[in-house]
Design a protein around this ligand. Structure first.
Ligand code: KG4
Ligand code: ZN
Length: 353
């Protein structure tokens, strides 16, 4: 079975074609980075127009890369939310039109589910597994029980962790996109342990027994710290790299602590012979976050599963793969499926019923 998947929910136009034996037949991503860079963030209207311009040639190129005909495609999947609604509609309408013309199923994919299932594209991780979803719009601890079936254990009460990376980077004067540029700035810090002492940031919700997150206070602390070291409107390079390093390791430690608590809870709630923590979403590309979570997994007997870097940020392959998984269990969508700016994962189960 072969599925073509389309991702257009933010600023990457992605198209991929994947077979159910995990063979990636085509995988194309066009980043709109340059178009949004001058504005310091994603402009929804520009993103939607750009998807419209680039999607059609990208679909044709993907089919050519895969060496397939339209008749070889068994289903057309597209991100149907959550995300920037203009872009979501562009991708969805393309997949619906292709499905209608070629008389094949349309599969409306929840973007968060695509992230959560993305590591299964590379290997068969058995359900249920623990998930840390860390993207630009979401920070959630979830249990993936089956395709279309998710249980929410904790989430951010305010800013998402990717948003915190982006806003902290902006406050430090780093260019868009914030997360990757903050990681680059932190990499130039010669003594991360000293930086953490020099610019200390509290661990959000440190004494809270639950599994929620909060990142808005950290953002405010970064603003106050930056204000203190600014002289004539600029930050010394050494201060910049030390602050970046301290922010990054504080975020990584925060995520690691909550994951450790969730692992202990998972051990009690589920009797699984193979325990896995899946980390996905754009922030899963951060090496310090990955290393911290790897250590937490090693100490708790969990396998650390994270997609390769290019499948952490938005891409068509994760949507095509979610389409494969959904089609395999008969989860297809009507052509009337709406585009949703918000679409919580834990509601999927009720919607399928
Ligand atoms: O999953 P994603 O590509 O888009 C959403 O669905 O939101 O995640 C984008 C987020 C942005 O906030 C971006 O700054 C962050 O992921 N990000 C990173 C890194 N790469 C992307 N944050 C920290 N370090 C990175 N290397
Ligand atoms: Zn995403």
């Amino acid at each position: 079975m072969i599925v073509l998947g389309i991702e257009t929910s933010c600023d990457e136009t992605g198209v991929a074609i994947i077979r159910d034996d995990r063979t990636i037949l085509a995988d194309l991503v066009l980043s709109q980075l340059k178009e949004h860079e001058v504005f310091g963030g994603v402009v929804p209207e520009i993103a939607a127009r750009s998807h419209l311009t680039h999607l059609d040639p990208l679909i044709k190129a993907a089919l050519q890369d895969a060496g397939l005909n339209w008749s070889d495609i068994d289903g057309f999947a597209a991100t149907s939310g959550p995300g920037l609604i203009g872009g979501v509609m562009v991708g969805m309408m393309a997949a619906k039109a292709l499905a209608l013309v070629h008389q094949k199923p349309f599969i409306g994919v929840n973007h968060l589910e695509a992230h959560v299932l993305s590591p299964r594209l590379l290997e068969d991780i058995p359900f249920p597994y623990l998930v840390l979803l860390v993207s630009g719009g979401h920070t959630q601890l979830l249990i993936a029980e089956a395709v279309g079936q998710y249980r929410l254990w904790g989430e951010s009460r305010d800013d998402a962790v990717g948003e915190c990376f982006d806003k902290a980077a902006k406050l430090m004067g780093l260019p868009y996109p914030g997360g990757p540029n903050l990681e680059k700035a932190a990499a130039t810090c010669v003594d991360p342990a000293k930086a953490r002492k020099q610019f200390p940031f509290g661990i959000p919700l440190e004494h809270d027994p639950g599994l929620d997150f909060s990142f808005s206070g950290l953002k405010t602390s970064v603003r106050n710290t930056v204000d203190k070291v600014l002289s004539d409107g600029t930050i010394k390079q050494a201060d910049l790299s030390a602050i970046a390093s301290s922010v990054q390791s504080t975020i990584a430690e925060t995520l690691g602590r909550q994951c450790e608590k969730a692992m202990k809870k998972f051990n009690i709630a589920y009797h699984q012979p193979k325990l896995s923590l899946v980390v996905c979403g754009g922030v899963a590309a951060n090496q310090t976050v990955r290393q911290t979570l790897q250590t937490a997994c090693d100490q708790n007997g969990f396998a650390f599963m994270a997609p390769p870097l290019k499948y952490c940020t938005d891409n068509g392959a994760m949507v095509a793969w979610a389409g494969v998984e959904m089609l395999a269990v008969g989860l297809t969508s009507p052509l009337s499926l709406p585009a949703r700016p918000r679409w919580p994962l834990e509601l999927l189960k009720d919607q399928a019923a």
